[in-house]
Design a protein around this ligand. Sequence first.
Ligand SMILES: [Zn+2]
Length: 259
Amino acid sequence: MTESIYMLEGSGGNIGVLVGNDGIIIIDDQFAPLTEKIKAALAKISNKPVKFVINTHFHGDHAGGNVNFGEQGAIILSHENARRRLTADYFFEAFKETQKASPYEALPKVTFADSVTFHMNGQTVHVFYAKNAHTDGDVIIHFKESNIFHCGDVFVRYGFPFIDQPAGGSIDGMIRAVERLIVVTNDQSKIIPGHGALSTKKDLVDYKNMLVTVRNRITDGMKQGKTLQQIADSDPLKGYVVIIDKWFFVQAIYNSLKK
Ligand SMILES: [Zn+2]
């Protein structure tokens, strides 16, 4: 993307990379079995060690490699809620899968509530909290001089996003975070989604419109006194790609709006 910033695609979430004389920062580290592949890809662009790993949130396809990078001496950072969630088993109802509590080496060594800024490799890297969006511990990373953003799973390209409502995610938080991004980006911005191809501001706008459309369909149903089942039967996700059973998406939005 630039001489010092890269995006690595693989089997988990997209990895953002900043290289230079001060050492490497990576944003997310996919699943633990992929660490060697990731390290091989990093070795092609830099001979420096990974100094910092930033977790965009606690999900295993983004933070699963922590155990390896943590053992090798990288300092892991996350939002305080993401670390708290990493300390316990977590059951994904939508996927019928349990993510095990992380061992100590895999836990973030540094946490923050609102934001943190790195000054490394000639870049100002601002990491800021997106409150109750995909989960309750999402952060977005802004490489200020390069006009590049890494959004974690607050912004994805696989269709309608998974909102982890039991882990504090909410449709309104997603919309707020994306609206904030739309304000701070321009037509030259390069936007790394949590999953999918490198994107533009226009993609963010389309994504926000999708979120707002579906939220409005569901709130309209709620105002009419419809039950969750009746709203799900009316297919509020109509017209959008949904990767798993639509029921879980409608339920997550409905529950987050009911609060
Ligand atoms: Zn996720």
